[in-house]
Design a protein around this ligand. Structure first.
Ligand SMILES: [Zn+2]
Length: 114
C-alpha cells in the first residue's frame, strides 16, 4: 500500500461566497467584483448584476470574528462612484448665487440655469 499523499491545500475550497443580487436574487459573478478603495481593515467594493444591471456598493470589514459586509444598491457606474468631481464641495459663490436667485425670483417660479 503506497503512503497516503497529503491532500493539497487549496484556499479556493475554503472560500465560499454565494452573494446574491438584492433586487433579482441572481448569483453574482464574483469575477466582476472590483475593489475601488481600501483603508485599514476595510475594502470598498463594487459589483453589478448581469441580470438586472443593478449595482451594489459594499464595504467589507475584517474583524477578529471574520468578515462583515454592508451594501448599498446604486444605479451609479463604477466610474461615477470614483469620480472626484461628484464630491465637489459647496463654495461661497454657490451660496451667494442661491441667495441672489431667491431674492430675484418670485416664489414658485423656477428657471433652470445653463
Ligand atoms: Zn439583479
Amino acid at each position: 500500500m503506497p503512503p497516503q499523499q497529503p491532500s493539497q491545500f487549496n484556499p479556493n475550497h475554503l472560500l465560499r461566497l454565494n452573494a446574491r443580487c438584492p433586487i433579482c436574487n441572481n448569483v453574482y459573478d464574483l469575477q466582476k467584483l472590483r475593489i475601488i478603495g481600501e483603508r485599514e481593515q476595510q475594502i470598498l467594493a463594487y459589483i453589478d448584476c448581469q441580470n438586472c444591471s443593478t449595482a451594489l456598493l459594499s464595504v467589507l470589514s475584517m474583524n477578529p470574528n471574520g468578515m462583515t459586509a454592508q451594501g448599498l444598491v446604486t444605479d451609479l457606474t463604477v466610474d461615477e462612484v470614483v469620480d472626484m468631481d461628484a464630491q465637489r464641495h459647496v463654495k461661497a459663490d454657490d451660496v451667494l448665487d442661491l441667495h441672489e436667485f431667491l431674492e430675484t425670483n418670485k416664489p414658485g417660479i423656477f428657471t433652470i440655469r445653463p
